[in-house]
Design a protein around this ligand. Structure first.
Ligand code: AMP
Length: 443
């Protein structure tokens, strides 16, 4: 939508879409959105080398922090809808700014993004709304932390309050480790994100991701997913941004989802309304399924990665219309999330050394890929001067497939991975082990 196009016609103008972000998540969103005939062009700022391989997609070099230039560019491109992928621009108020300039935006304003950028605020929010979550204590100093850690029966989970690229959570085995984690946060390991620390009771159970796309008042749920955060097989090793995922999560039956909706999703939407937060975007509910029921581990104000790459291929061409309706506050509640009858899986190919130090700029060779209901979404790639695909991140490629069951899905994914190579490529071979019948037989 150009700034001045306030005519009713603008409601169906959906030719030019902009996606902000540079990961596998944004590429999968672009891929899902370009399916709609109405959409002529999908721009990505900045995107990555894989964005250009997606139909109708083009990368734009404009710096999102240069607000004047950004608005000029978006008007020039006649952008009809903007989707903001990552949390940092949302936490910095980019959605507020673009809305004020008259653009339709999918992504919450700064007040809504607080669900993710302040863990202490999110915990208070849940307390206000009686939403089940682990017991917690907010502390402003190491002294305070020490008292609580020592008086608690078991070692507590230690979290930096602010954004820390998924690295600000510690799950210590001893009180001494808890203390050292709190000390490292207060000593500035995460800069200002560690001005406050949240201590939490440790809870147990499988984790599941639920996504609600919201228009400020109403919401629609996307298929559930489960991801694998640990680097190594058998869910061991350090936490990463995500090594793979599958969707939907069979663990969540229809009845259990109803319970999650009643106890968590609806109270969250109601509380946002109560606090006058006009949330237009996706809420990610990171849940733990405990013996006493579902509990919120965390909220994110954006699609999870790699869950997004996993779920997007299950969406039909009208997905972009839903995002547009959310951006305009116009969900009716009767929309169908037309998901396919297939299931989907994703395995992430990473650089050697990730999530710690790793090399970039290594040539990627992609051989004979099965592309029937399979996608490769680049997570961290670049192009050399002569057009060769290179590694450019810790997480390099998202290998995704859909089929009628998870055994076939993961067989296809791992066959495709045999055709992909770069120096030091690493991926887990047990992604989706919980839902692969053949995997349990073989292992
Ligand atoms: P977060 O960034 O808050 O999602 O935390 C990252 C991971 O730490 C989660 O996916 C959980 O596996 C784990 N975690 C966080 N909080 C708790 C908790 N209170 N009890 C047990 N595990 C937790």
């Amino acid at each position: 939508m150009s700034i001045n196009s306030k005519s009713p016609k603008s409601i169906i103008r959906l030719e030019n879409i902009l996606i902000i972000g540079n990961g596998g998540r944004e590429n999968s969103l672009a891929w899902a959105i370009q399916k709609k005939k109405l959409v002529k062009k999908v721009y990505l700022i900045p995107g990555n080398a894989g964005s250009e391989r997606i139909n109708k997609c083009e990368r734009i070099k404009t710096d999102i922090n240069n607000k004047k230039k950004l608005v000029e560019k978006l008007n020039f491109l006649k952008i009809d809808l903007i989707i903001i992928g990552p949390e940092i621009p949302l936490a910095n108020g980019l959605a507020d700014f673009l809305r004020k300039k008259g653009f339709k935006v999918f992504g919450p304003n700064k007040d809504g993004a607080k669900l993710e950028y302040s863990k202490s605020w999110a915990k208070e929010f849940m307390k206000d709304a009686n939403i089940p979550t682990a017991n917690f204590w907010k502390v402003n100093s190491l002294e305070e932390a020490k008292k609580i850690i020592h008086s608690s029966k078991n070692p507590l989970v230690v979290k930096a309050d602010g954004l820390a690229s998924g690295k600000g959570v510690f799950i210590p085995d001893s009180k001494d480790e808890c203390f050292r984690a709190a000390e490292s946060i207060f000593n500035g390991k995460f800069g200002n994100s560690g001005n406050m620390v949240v201590l939490e009771e440790k809870i147990e159970g499988p984790e599941v991701s639920v996504f609600a796309i919201c228009d400020g008042k109403r919401y629609k749920l996307l298929p559930t997913a489960q991801d694998h955060k640990r680097l190594n097989e058998k869910d061991k090793g350090p936490n990463t941004g995500g090594m793979g995922a599958y969707s939907p999560a069979p663990l969540i039956t229809e009845d259990y989802l109803d319970r999650i909706v009643k106890e968590i999703i609806e109270p969250t939407i109601d509380e946002l309304n109560k606090k006058n937060i006009d949330y237009k975007g996706v809420i990610y509910f990171g849940l733990m399924i405990t013996k006493s029921g579902p509990k919120v581990i965390e909220y994110n104000c954006r699609f999870g990665d790699p869950e997004c790459q996993t779920i997007m291929p299950l969406m039909d061409q009208n997905f972009v219309l839903l995002l547009e309706k959310c951006s305009m506050g116009k969900l009716t509640g009767d929309e169908k999330i037309n998901t396919s009858d297939k299931v989907s899986g994703c395995v992430i190919a990473t650089s050697k050394g990730y999530p710690h130090e790793y090399k970039t700029g290594l040539p990627i060779k992609i051989g004979n890929i099965n592309s029937s209901n399979c996608q490769i979404f680049d997570s961290g790639t670049s192009l050399s001067k002569n057009g060769e695909l290179l590694t450019a991140g810790g997480r390099v490629l998202s290998i995704v497939c859909q089929d009628k069951n998870f055994d076939i899905v993961f067989e296809k994914i791992y066959n495709n991975l045999k055709e992909i190579n770069f120096d030091g490529i690493y991926f887990r071979k047990d992604i989706g082990h919980q839902v692969r019948k053949n995997y349990s037989k073989e292992n």
